[in-house]
Design a protein. Sequence first.
Length: 102
Amino acid sequence: MKAILVLAASLSLLASGSALANADLAKTKNCLTCHSVDNKIVGPAFKDVAKKYASDKTAEAKLVTKVLKGGSGSWGAIAMPANSQVTEAEAKTLVKWVLSLK
């Protein structure tokens, strides 16, 4: 029983550490210049993105493309620029993190 509790606590720490690591990745890749987790800056809050795409099964692929290539029209007139400093793997990590926010 004690081993199960230790395992559960360890997994919880890993999950929260992963969330922090993805927030750090967003900061490193300059996502937080235009976005924040909770509030609209230039672009939408990441929680608003998660809410908008919560039931869209194709959201991850769409958003990875948008992170890499940029886009406009989804959240207003201001376009999101392409992010050449972000690899496809990093974009997938960032998008999964954003979509996991509640």
